[in-house]
Design a protein. Structure first.
Length: 539
């Protein structure tokens, strides 16, 4: 036993700071979030924004939790930005203790790993889903149970009632197996609730961790009122897997004879139905503890991270050596934007989209888990929307351009609701022709950048830089090209991109000389045409 405990402790110590090596089951992890009412949150991140920012990959990188509860709770927190920062100081104190006190951390981790059974994913169903209601004729179940007891008591005195006993048993047998499908649904979750409540009570004894929810002990006591009845489900789960067949058969016979399963099941569900808030309180408490250990582990495994400075007064983003956490050896960049937006120019693969995603991901992790991937960063309390990854909707007969129009229309509506927002766009209106793309892009970006909003947009249309110079800070990414090679430094540079290199890249890749020559000639003609359009728009 001592050896096993030591091995478990050693494993927990070694894994601290490291990414999990097991795949994430998002269908189960998302269950708590999908059914939770987050209407009071500052913002709930949309599926669109999450897809644009590779949220699932981000979650897998951030997730260092020890339990299925912690996973579900962390996922929900990463999808919901809250406006209250009152708990930040308390959380930082807990995170620091987890990082510094290994003995304490491992002790809590051992408790949490007891909730790493796959069945723990079903716990939210106890306070989020509608429970099965007993049938209208449920009183008959109790009557049949009483009759069974009565017949057994009378049997030694009246042996002839054995026929009646057999008839009642056959009826009870049918009811017993009818109820099996109901019972199976809760065999996943009710035993886990017993375990959750016990672990919460154990963890809550620590004076620092009790600060997360000082009143939790009341919820624990209320759930314990149903503890004795719930123990039956814990025993049922063990019997199916661990005890000898003969003992299981005897126990099954007793349950059938007295209809224990349906009577206890519907009785427990009736009581649990009145304790939804208390169950969620305990669930959220354990999830919060596990999430804070996860943040401590994340920080321990990062070479560079910082605690952001969050401001509410200015729409300011100032980042020193910010990087994308999902890219190994990512090049860092520094940017300072105050009361302005950002327009990025540069060729494909130069780093524009990655930088925009870096800003979005750091805003999310900064506002939610108080951790950013930079040396220092200042962020506003702001909502985030994106239009980065857009595709044709063939099932609904929508073209790429139409999908883009609808996505950006939603942004325009958000931009005027009086709530400052960060808008992330990659290659605005690239689904249409050059002239209309530039004209529509300029008008749209000017509109989005009003009302204390911040826009980060990438584009190949360097003409937009001249048109938006008063509203946007201009930056660019560039590449180094020689006769036979193309290299990127992925460094952010001030100003707009002055040179186009797409045709040069064709030349490097041995396109026919006639193709290169004709392309250059056409490019010059188009430059003049677009330049005239741009000048007329500025006028």
């Amino acid at each position: 036993m001592f050896n096993f405990r030591k091995k478990k402790n050693d494993k927990l110590k070694v894994s601290f700071g490291k990414i999990k090596d097991v795949p994430a089951d998002f269908e189960m992890i998302e269950k708590y979030f999908r059914n939770k009412d987050n209407s009071e949150a500052f913002q709930t991140l949309s599926d669109k924004t999450c897809d644009d920012l590779d949220f699932d990959e981000l979650f897998c990188f951030l997730d260092r939790t020890n339990s299925r509860i912690g996973q579900q709770y962390l996922y929900n927190r990463l999808r919901t930005i809250t406006s209250s920062g009152e708990e930040t100081g308390r959380n930082e104190e807990i995170i620091l203790r987890f990082k510094q006190d290994e003995v304490f951390r491992v002790k809590i981790q051992r408790e949490l790993t007891q909730l790493n059974d796959f069945k723990a994913y079903y716990l939210p169903s106890l306070f989020q889903d509608e429970h099965i209601s007993p049938p209208k004729y449920f009183f008959i179940f109790k009557l049949l149970s009483f009759i069974s007891i009565l017949l057994l008591v009378l049997l030694p005195f009246y042996p002839q009632i054995v026929i009646a006993l057999i008839v009642v048993f056959v009826i009870n047998l049918g009811i017993h197996f009818w109820n099996k499908k109901n019972l199976f649904k809760y065999l996943q979750s009710i035993p886990q609730l017993l375990r959750l409540n016990h672990i919460a009570a154990s963890i809550h004894k620590d004076s620092l961790l009790s600060k997360i929810n000082p009143n939790l002990i009341q919820s624990i006591k209320i759930i314990n009122q149903v503890k004795n009845r719930m123990l039956f489900f814990q025993l049922e789960g063990k019997l199916q897997g661990d005890l000898a067949v003969i003992f299981w058969s005897t126990f099954e016979l007793v349950k059938t004879f007295f209809l224990l399963e349906p009577i206890l099941l519907f009785g427990v569900l009736k009581r649990l139905n009145t304790k939804r808030k208390e169950i969620e309180d305990v669930f959220a408490y354990v999830g919060e503890v596990d999430m804070l250990i996860s943040v401590a582990s994340l920080r321990n495994g990062c070479d560079t991270f910082c605690i952001p400075e969050i401001g509410n007064k200015e729409t300011k983003i100032v980042a020193k050596e910010i990087y994308h956490p999902l890219i190994q050896n990512c090049v860092t960049n520094t940017i300072s934007v105050v009361n302005k937006s950002v327009l990025l120019t540069g060729s494909n693969m130069s780093g524009k989209t990655t930088f925009i995603r870096s800003i979005g991901l750091n805003l999310i992790t900064g506002l939610i888990i108080n951790t950013c991937f930079a040396k220092a960063i200042m962020l506003p309390m702001i909502r985030i929307y994106s239009a980065i990854r857009i595709s044709d909707d063939l099932l609904n007969n929508k073209s790429y351009y139409f999908e883009e129009v609808l996505t950006i229309k939603a942004m325009l509506e958000k931009s005027r609701n009086g709530k400052p927002s960060l808008f992330l766009l990659d290659e605005i209106f690239k689904g249409t022709n050059t002239v209309e793309r530039i004209a529509g892009g300029k008008a749209t970006l000017s509109y989005l950048s009003k009302n204390d909003n911040i826009v980060f947009v990438s584009t190949h249309d360097i003409e937009l830089g001249d048109m938006l110079v008063d509203e946007f800070e201009l930056y660019h990414f560039s590449e180094i090209i020689d006769e036979k090679s193309l290299d990127f430094d992925f460094k952010l540079k001030e100003g707009k991109l002055k040179n186009r290199n797409a045709i040069k890249i064709l030349e490097i890749n041995d396109y026919p000389e006639s193709v290169i020559r004709e392309a250059n000639e056409i490019s010059k003609q188009l430059d003049k045409h677009v330049g005239k359009v741009g000048s007329s728009l500025l006028d």
